[in-house]
Design a protein around this ligand. Sequence first.
Ligand code: SF4
Length: 329
Amino acid sequence: MLRDSFGRVATDLRVSLTDKCNLRCTYCMPPEGLDWLPNAQLLTADEIVRLVTIGVERLGITEVRYTGGEPLLRRELTDIVARTTALRPRPQVSLTTNGIGLARTADALAAAGLDRVNVSLDTLDRDTFKRLAHRDRLPDVLDGLAAAHRAGLRPVKVNAVLMREINQHEAVPLLRWCLEQGYELRFIEQMPLDAQHGWSRDAMVTADEILALLSASFDLTPDDLEERGSAPAERFLVDGGPARVGVIGSVTRPFCGACDRVRLTADGQIRNCLFAREESDLKAAMRAGATDDELADRWRAAVAGKRPGHGIDDPTFLQPARPMSAIGG
Ligand code: SF4
C-alpha cells in the first residue's frame, strides 16, 4: 500500500500523458505557451503501462485518471486505456480533458473500457471562451461533450473555474445548461498553479460565493455528506434532485486530510501532492534497469513523505515550480 505518515492511503493515481495543450487558458499558462518537455523525456506508452501496472498490482491503486496537459494529444491514448482496463484487479479508468478531439475519439475510448470523462468548460459564450483560452474552440468542446455522452461515458462531468469579472456571471447559466444536457457540473476554486504565478486570493471566486450565486436561482440541499470520503466535491441536490452540482473548495475548504491521490508526471516523476516540493524520479530508475520491486519501493518512499496539506494559507507557502499543465490535474 501507499501509506503516508499521517495514515492516508493513496489509491487514486493521476497520470499526466503530456504537458502539451491546445488551449492557453489564462489560469494555466501564458498565451505563447510554455517550453514543452522534449519527447525523449516523456515516458513511452510501455513505460507508462509498466508503472501503472506496478501501481495496480502491487501498490493498491484502484483508480487511474489520465490527464495532461491535454491527454487527447497523446496518440497512444486509446491503447494505454485498453491496457489499463485489462489489468486485474481492474481499476476504474477516467480522463480529464478539455474536450477538443473527444468528438472523434469518444467511441474508441469507450470501447477500450474508459469509464468516465471530466471535461473542462468555463463558459458557454464563444467570445469569453476565446478570451479565456486564446483559441476559438468552444464548438469543439461542446461537440466533444455530446460525443462522450452518446458513447456512454456517463455521468459526463463538467469542471468549471469561475473568475471575477470574466465568467462569474455564468454560474447559473452553466448549471442550467448542464442540467438540460444531463451533465454533472462541478465548480472548482482556482488554485495557485499557473505558470505565470499570477494567482491571487482576491481574484479567486470562493466556494461560499459560488454557493450564494447558485442559491439565488436553485434550491440546493447537501447530498451524501456521509459518503463523501476522499471525494473533493461537496455535492448538492438541485431543486430536490436527482440532479446534482458539486463545489470543490480546494483553497477555502481543503480536503487534504482525506486525500487519496498520487501523481505521475509525463516525465516519470512521482509527486505525492499537487503542491509537493519534491519528486521521485521513477523514469531515471526504470531506464537504469530498476526492477518492479525497486520501483515499487521508491514509490512507497515517495508517498510516505507526503505533507499534511497544501498549506496555501501558510506564510511559508511556495507555489510549485511546475505549473499545472506539467503536473497533471
Ligand atoms: S493539495 Fe495535496 S494533499 Fe491536498 S488534496 Fe490536493 S494532492 Fe491531496
